[in-house]
Design a binder for this molecule. Structure first.
Ligand code: EPZ
Length: 417
């Protein structure tokens, strides 16, 4: 197993290029199952989760050719209809094959994802939505069995704005007969890109990015050709890296419009953010100020930036309160940060962070994707050496992060455990 080693204390300087968005690339890859032909997606990030998605597409019978950041997917002959447990437990986004397979083949057999480190993360809202479109859903030995001769458009109101649920239903409704209305839909930028991609395939979707989405079903869709949007969470992670190390970093191709909630909090903490032609320049203050955050669905403060922002607040002057409202167990990074000298107390779904002058390097363990990022950020700011184990979590969602950080001056490398 590999680990990441960091000798902290270096202010980051320079510029960094943000990769394509993991959480956009994944639904786009599965959307290609809807078309009988060869789709092409570029700016696909080199991540473990993408490898898992490509493996699943191949197991379903698609021919996938992945060259650098370009994926070509020939979904003409889809034989399989099953997403097996070993793949779904590795990557819960595999459940996003449900909608496309039902719409294209009339059948799908997808393993229930099971829980994960950050919460139970059920898919009940996905299934309720598909049933509303006329699918017959049964549960059999941990698998969802879904069948539908032809999905029929319907009105679906989500109990909560689920990202994956909205994506599954967008893809299913695109080929349903008649109109579907999604109410209380998720509004994330990745939803907007998926809807635009589906429309470029011939779908008729209006309202993506708002809480109410109208989908007029069509009989078939053409193959997809698109470029993945930049990853707002990777961009946010590098913005925090500049802030926590006292640095000055240009985040090239940062999707500013998708980062407003984070930017507002960074500015409140004293960070200077300059909108430049070539990207967002992030200049750290001499002393960070403590600010409170409360995660919520887009356009609120993203839950996927909570762990990274908590690392930042461990260095701020004053006391901050971070409330996690989206997932029920997304504080796994707290005890690892405490090992590095952070003063954090958990109070239910909130964490109280008392800023400290100095974090100290220590051996710590990654528990989930964004927790891994927060430990890297703390290590960059800590004195002495930090060693982070179980970094397979990190490789799921960050493309060569240690190389990008080293190019900004960080003393960071990958080593064998
Ligand atoms: C997506 O997960 C992202 N993953 C997550 O990013 C992100 O944290 C999350 O959206 C919230 O923004 C991908 O896009 C691949 P949800 P998803 O359905 O779709 C509950 C990362 O770090 N819920 O919006 O699974 C659920 O338990 C990952 O890149 C139900 O109760 O998120 C959770 O508490 C982590 N029933 C909340 O809703 C359902 O049927 C949000 O889930 C569906 C969800």
């Amino acid at each position: 197993m590999e680990k990441i080693v960091i000798k902290g204390g270096v202010p980051l300087k320079g510029s960094v290029q943000i990769s394509g968005a993991k959480n956009s690339a994944l639904p786009l890859l599965f959307a290609t199952l809807l078309a009988d032909g060869v789709s092409e997606i570029t700016n696909v990030p080199g991540l473990r989760d993408i490898t898992t998605a490509v493996k699943l597409l191949s197991e379903l019978g698609a021919q996938v050719d992945r060259q650098d950041d370009c994926c070509r997917i020939d979904a003409a002959n889809i034989q399989g209809i099953e997403a097996p447990y070993d793949l779904v437990k590795t990557m819960r986004a595999s459940v996003l094959v449900l909608g496309p397979l039902l719409a294209r083949c009339g059948r799908a057999r997808v393993s229930l994802p099971g829980g994960c480190a950050i919460g139970a993360r059920p898919i009940d809202l996905h299934l309720k939505g598909l049933e509303a479109l006329g699918a017959k859903i049964t549960l059999d030995h941990g698998y969802v069995e879904a069948t539908a001769d032809r999905l029929l458009g319907s009105k679906i109101s989500f109990d909560l704005p689920t990202v994956g649920g909205t994506e599954n239903l967008l893809m299913a409704a695109a080929l349903a007969k008649g109109e579907t209305v999604l109410e209380n839909a998720a509004r994330e930028p990745e939803i907007v890109q998926l809807a635009e991609a589906l429309n470029s395939m011939g779908a008729q979707i209006e309202g993506a990015g708002t809480a109410i989405i109208h989908i007029q079903g069509v009989d078939n869709l053409q193959p997809l050709k698109c470029r993945v949007i930049p990853d707002r969470i990777e961009a946010g992670t590098f913005m925090v890296a500049a802030a926590i190390t006292g640095g000055d970093v240009l985040i090239q191709n940062a999707p500013r419009k998708d980062l407003e909630a984070l930017i507002a909090k960074l500015i409140e903490a004293g960070v200077e953010i300059r909108d430049q032609e070539d990207g967002l320049r992030v200049i750290a203050p001499l002393k960070l100020q403590a600010v409170d955050i409360r995660t919520s669905v887009f356009p609120g403060f993203p839950t996927d930036m909570q762990a990274q922002f908590m690392a930042l607040m461990t260095k701020a002057e004053g006391t901050s309160r971070i409330s996690e409202t989206v997932f029920e167990n997304r504080f796994m990074h707290v005890c690892e940060l405490q090992r590095m000298g952070a003063d954090i107390q958990i109070d239910g779904h909130s964490a109280i962070i008392r800023g400290t002058d100095q974090l100290t390097g220590a051996p710590v363990m990654a528990t989930d994707l964004r927790a891994s990022a927060s430990l890297i950020l703390a290590g960059l700011a800590a004195e002495n050496t930090t060693e982070i184990s179980r970094i397979y979590h990190l490789d799921r969602g960050y493309e060569q992060i240690e190389k990008k950080l080293a190019a900004l001056g960080a003393r960071i490398w990958r080593d064998e455990e």
